[in-house]
Design a protein around this ligand. Structure first.
Ligand code: PLP
Length: 361
């Protein structure tokens, strides 16, 4: 089969080297004569997978001992409920920064648990969308936490400045942002991310939480979502998604081999610059997001002549580029270029876009 570049938004591309290794050891992992999927999560062999995955993630993001890392299930949407159930405590108020589809979804879910306030930061000026900077967010005096989403996977919008408010707990939905660039974990109370965008297969959710925020879950919080219970059981209160955990661990090792987040960050900038620069110089394609809020992970663009959308998708597929269709609520196209997407994939996409423009423009 010829080489395909996969621009899917999630579940998304996984590094080829990782898939190759998983294939090699699928039937006989660690010389056990069976796959990693077929052994107990309580074995010494699997325990080592979990310890190494955690340590590698700590190394990659420079996470201090003051933070615990939990591996759980239920996806990011599970955390839309788990966060209020664990963090509200006696203050039944929280601020939700609204920058697009996912942050709004988190807000809608949170309303089941408390009095939450939605703070819209998306503005339009000269036909361009932009997001109000964190330093100018209109936050409440009293709130248990401030929730935001640094990368809106569907809208293609990013907040790059890290929020910093005195004595406020910042919670971030990092599902499509985690490991794409370096961050200062100490600025956050809690970071969560579903794995299927920038880590590995779906089924596992990563939580990085400040130690003192564990142990305050409401009485009705299901045990599998109670951070204290998950922590006390080394993320094995119920049977974890062992294969997804193992694969996430391989991706962390792959990232370290690539030179860590510093290098990946540069590559991600290079890839997204290539694509945005091409779109900006063209009269055939458009992206109407202000430069400072353009997502480096999910590049959303439209063909000025939307009648050509179907043709674009058909021909791109023939070119070896798949899953470029935008989310239905935004329309147009979306190229998700997570860590696993090599620069060559983006170069090939630009080449195709130019070819298509010359043919139909
Ligand atoms: C994909 C995504 C979600 C939903 O993740 P699930 O694991 O399907 O619940 C939530 N937030 C963001 C930012 C996402 O990209």
């Amino acid at each position: 089969m010829s080489l395909i570049y996969n621009f899917s938004a999630g579940p998304a591309m996984i590094p080829k080297d990782v898939l190759y290794q998983a294939q090699l050891e699928l039937k006989n992992w660690n010389n056990l004569g069976c796959s990693v999927m077929e052994i107990s999560h309580r074995t010494e062999d699997f325990y080592r997978v979990t310890v190494e995955a955690e340590q590698d993630l700590r190394d990659l993001l420079n996470i201090s001992d003051n933070y615990k890392i939990l591996f759980c299930q239920g996806g990011a949407r599970g955390q839309f409920s788990a966060v209020p159930m664990n963090l509200l405590g006696k203050i039944s108020k929280a601020d939700y920064i609204n920058s697009g589809y996912w942050s709004n979804s988190a807000f809608l879910e949170s309303k089941k648990y408390c009095n939450t306030r939605s703070i819209s930061i998306k503005k339009i000026q000269n036909n361009k969308s932009f997001l109000i900077k964190p330093s100018q967010w209109d936050i409440s005096d009293i709130s248990a936490y401030i929730h935001y989403c640094p990368n809106e996977t569907i809208d293609g919008l990013s907040v790059y400045e890290e929020p910093n408010f005195k004595n406020k707990i910042i919670v971030g939905d990092f599902s499509s942002f985690i490991l794409s660039r370096s961050i200062d974990v100490s600025k956050y109370g809690l970071i969560y991310a579903g794995a299927q965008k920038n880590i590995g297969p779906s089924g596992i959710t990563i939580i990085i939480i400040r130690k003192d925020l564990i142990g305050h879950a409401s009485k009705l919080c299901p045990s599998i979502f109670d951070y204290n219970i998950i922590y006390k059981h080394d993320s094995m209160f119920n049977t974890p998604p062992t294969f997804a955990w193992y694969l996430a661990g391989l991706v962390f090792k792959w990232l370290k081999k690539q030179g860590g987040i510093k290098n990946i960050e540069q590559l991600n900038k290079k890839k997204s610059d290539l694509l945005y620069q091409f779109i900006d110089q063209s009269d055939f394609y458009i992206n109407n997001i202000d430069k400072q809020n353009r997502s480096q992970m999910n590049v959303v663009f439209h063909l000025i002549n939307s009648k050509l959308n179907e043709k674009f998708l058909q021909e791109s597929k023939k070119f070896g580029l798949c899953a470029l269709k935008g989310h239905y609520i935004v329309g147009g196209m979306r190229a998700s270029i997570y860590n696993a997407m090599p620069v060559e994939g983006v170069e090939k996409l630009v080449k195709f876009m130019l070819f298509f423009e010359n043919k139909y423009g």
